[in-house]
Design a protein around this ligand. Structure first.
Ligand code: BGC
Length: 761
């Protein structure tokens, strides 16, 4: 913003059902020539939409999104030069949003305060240099809107009989309007967005409309998505249309049990005229909608689903000869879109939608490839650092941390740090650095990263094991009982100690990168201590790791905890366990992101492919066989008999287990950074699994990297495009490394027979 905040944070005296409208009317000051520039800055407690003479000031919705409001309340700025008139109304509509709506599964609300309020400052600069300021103050007026209720989980109620845009225009009669009061507010909390705002993306048309066995009208949008429905309709005044949303069907009806207490229900009351409805003060995760009260026979052209999420630029693509894998990949990117709605959330539909740290800790390497998430995640990392600082270095399980306000012990508040979850403080900046090569993220997060590493260090046993405290471990191990996702096969202390090693190693690397040699040495020593303890206490001389399951081998191998000989033995054991389980998945949140890499790095590529291509439950492709269009929370969120998993937590849109996309990009597609930010790129596709071709593309900061390989008979042909100034190294199975020239290039090599370690070539 050009000038300092001098506006007041104003709140309507009457709450107007949680959706007040606020306005001021002003004239451009005469005698200063024409307007050279006009910038509006707005933020709010609750969500806002701002208008000048009835026109939206920007494309964003649900602003100012969700941040750790206690320290960071973001504002948006808009260039509004073209929206000004000699006489103008600045109108703002408020809703409960995250600040005052429900959050979490205990039914609680208003974690950040019980008042809705807005702060806005419009600075108009005239050609003679004169500046006119229009800002929120006690002279503003507040009045009722057509929205009678609004909640992110619950849905929105709009009565079109009360609608009208007169209030947005000069000279409106303001019957029923009242005053505002200014709230005590520290403008030091106001901060600009680092990431993009939330916007509407595309609209999706219904692919089917029919009557359910119980006679309800159901609509299928063909894709599990996040957003809301939009439509124009006319019917008798007072008619109520009710829309319920769900991700799946069960027994032919909406499957709403997974939503738990989230009502996800919008209600629209018709005025008798042509009404346009769009509930922008809520959002739902859904593929299906149940429509009641539509005044005529519902047709596909009557309504559309609006896809809503943060305004991210797509950067990475993957395709191959197996349509099932392509669907899996599409499911990963749709899952990401639905859960990148301002905060990286676990899920977008039930009474949760929280920024669970562990989920993004494992998914970040996939996310950074699919979309440019640099600003998005750096914004969130600021919140993480703020919450952590307020909790003495402890990284909470969710960011923004609302669980700290929850009285319930099930909230995990204060329990921690938790391996993987709290490690997000280190793993997420590292993923951003690898993908975008901007050292600033390491510098910005350095205090947070080291504080987390030191906090973990303080919990280590004298030997160097992380074997105390609460852990989520290999959360959602498929063999754990549905009601007890903690009961994983993997010893949670083995998992935690492995994570402590990875974290200390990354922090040491960051310190080195930031030219802090003493810190680098310190964390390197810490890492070595943990590694030695891990080997001494958890690994026997045959490479068998305590609790002897896939997850512990996957972590030990990929995190680099084992010396060469033990690593080879551990890898054989891993491969055997994977095979003995019939290539079905046996890992949860901790092991799943790493198992294919562990197999690949140790010469068991075929096992990695078989695991990836398995279709029996549990497997990555099982949900695809069941028609999934997003990644599920559980391997069997939908059971083979088409009933919903009986567990309490059964989301159909959870990106965590989609972390395998990262392996697909690097190993199947063949694109990986050789140096952070892809200034040097490794093109190393490893064909297998019967695939005959794959193509991956990545819009890096240096330009487009494009890799397309296909096997024909005995030849493997790789077509690459490397941007100017980027060093490319092509590494193909059984071939010496080749340096790649910039621009397009085609290389054909013979297909070498793929042997397993120990087998004769
Ligand atoms: C969330 C997970 C999260 C977990 C940790 C769940 O309710 O949906 O994704 O990481 O809790 O306890």
């Amino acid at each position: 913003m050009c000038s300092e905040w001098s506006a007041a944070m104003i709140s309507p005296v009457d709450d107007f059902a949680g959706a007040p409208l606020l306005r001021t009317e002003f004239a451009l000051e005469p005698g200063h020539g024409t307007v050279r520039a006009a910038e509006l800055a707005v933020s709010s407690l609750g969500i806002f939409e701002a208008y000048l003479n009835g026109r939206a000031v920007g494309p964003d919705v649900l602003s100012p999104g969700w941040s750790s409001y206690e320290w960071r309340l973001r504002y948006r700025t808009y260039d509004v030069k073209d929206l000004l008139a000699p006489s103008t109304v600045l109108g703002i509509s408020l809703g409960n949003g995250w600040s005052r709506g429900r959050l979490g599964w205990n039914g609680n609300r208003a974690f950040y305060g019980d008042r809705l309020a807005v702060i806005a400052q419009l600075e108009v600069t005239f050609t003679d240099g004169h500046r006119q300021l229009v800002r929120t103050d006690q002279r503003w007026r507040a009045g009722p809107s057509a929205t009678l209720a609004n909640d992110l989980y619950g849905g929105q109620v709009i009565d079109a009989r009360r609608a009208g845009d007169g209030w947005m225009h000069p000279g409106a009669a303001l019957a029923g309007w009242g005053g505002v009061e200014s709230l005590a507010f520290d403008t030091g909390r106001l901060t600009p967005y680092i990431g993009p705002p939330v916007v509407r993306h595309e609209a999706v048309a219904p692919v089917g409309i029919w009557r359910s066995p119980s006679g309800r009208t159901l609509v299928d949008f063909g894709q599990n998505l996040v957003g809301w429905l939009r439509f124009t309709v006319q019917g008798a005044a007072g008619t109520e249309i009710i829309i319920r949303h769900a991700e799946v069907l069960e027994h032919g009806e909406l499957g709403v049990r997974p939503l738990r207490s989230a009502q996800a229900t919008d209600r629209f009351v018709l005025s008798g005229e042509m009404d346009h409805f769009e509930p922008t003060k809520t959002f739902h995760g859904f593929r299906y909608a149940e429509v009641t009260g539509w005044p005529a026979e519902l047709a596909a052209s009557d309504l559309e689903a609006v896809v809503v999420h943060s305004d991210l630029r797509r950067t990475g693509y993957f395709e191959c000869s197996d349509p099932m894998l392509n669907q899996l990949h599409a499911n990963v990117s749709w899952g990401m879109r639905g859960n990148f709605l301002d905060v990286p959330t676990d899920c977008p539909q039930r009474d949760e939608r929280l920024g669970w740290t562990g989920d993004i800790a494992v998914f970040a390497p996939s996310a950074v490839f699919l979309y440019d998430v640099d600003g998005f995640l750096r914004d969130w990392l600021r919140d993480l650092a703020a919450e952590q600082q307020a909790q003495d270095g402890l990284v909470p399980a969710v960011i923004p941390d609302v669980l700290k306000y929850e009285p319930s012990p099930s909230s995990l508040a204060g329990l921690g740090p938790i391996a993987i979850w709290s490690d997000a403080a280190v793993w997420v900046p590292w993923a951003l650095w690898q993908a975008y090569g901007d050292r600033a993220v390491l510098a910005d997060q350095y205090t947070s990263m080291t504080a987390h590493a030191r906090r973990v260090e303080s919990l280590l046993s004298p030997a160097g094991l992380w074997d105390t405290g609460f852990q989520l471990g290999d959360w959602l191990d498929p063999q754990a009982p549905p009601g007890d996702p903690f009961r994983a096969k993997a010893d949670s202390h083995v998992v935690a100690t492995a994570c402590a090693y990875r974290t200390a190693t990354i922090v040491a690397n960051c310190a080195q990168e930031l030219a802090r040699p003493e810190d680098a040495r310190y964390f390197r020593v810490l890492a070595e201590r943990v590694r030695a303890a891990f080997n001494q206490h958890y690994v026997d001389r045959n490479g068998i790791i305590a609790s002897d399951c896939v997850t512990v081998y996957a972590l030990a191998i990929t995190f680099g905890l084992l010396d060469e000989q033990l690593r080879a033995r551990a890898a054989d054991r891993l491969s055997r366990l994977v095979r003995e389980n019939g290539y079905r998945i046996s890992t949860g949140f901790a092991g799943t992101p790493y198992v294919t890499d562990a197999l690949t790095q140790t010469g068991h590529l075929d096992d990695a492919y078989r695991l990836l291509l398995e279709r029996q439950c549990p497997s990555w492709l099982y949900p695809v066989t069941m028609g999934a269009t997003t990644i599920w929370e559980r391997w069997d969120s939908m059971l083979p008999d088409a009933t919903i998993n009986p567990g309490e937590m059964t989301s159909f849109n959870h990106y965590a287990l989609g972390a395998v996309a990262d392996w697909m990009h690097r190993t199947v597609g063949g694109i990986a950074p050789l140096t952070p930010g892809y200034a040097a790129v490794l093109i190393a596709p490893q064909p297998g699994g019967g695939l005959t071709w794959a193509r991956s593309r990545l819009e890096t900061r240096h330009g487009l990297v494009d890799v397309h390989w296909h096997e024909t008979g005995h030849d493997l042909t790789v077509e690459t495009v490397i941007p100017a100034g980027v060093t490319g190294v092509l590494r193909l199975p059984g071939e010496p490394d080749r340096e790649l020239a910039c621009g397009p290039q085609i290389i054909t090599v013979p297909v070498h027979s793929r042997t397993k370690p120990g087998e004769p070539a």
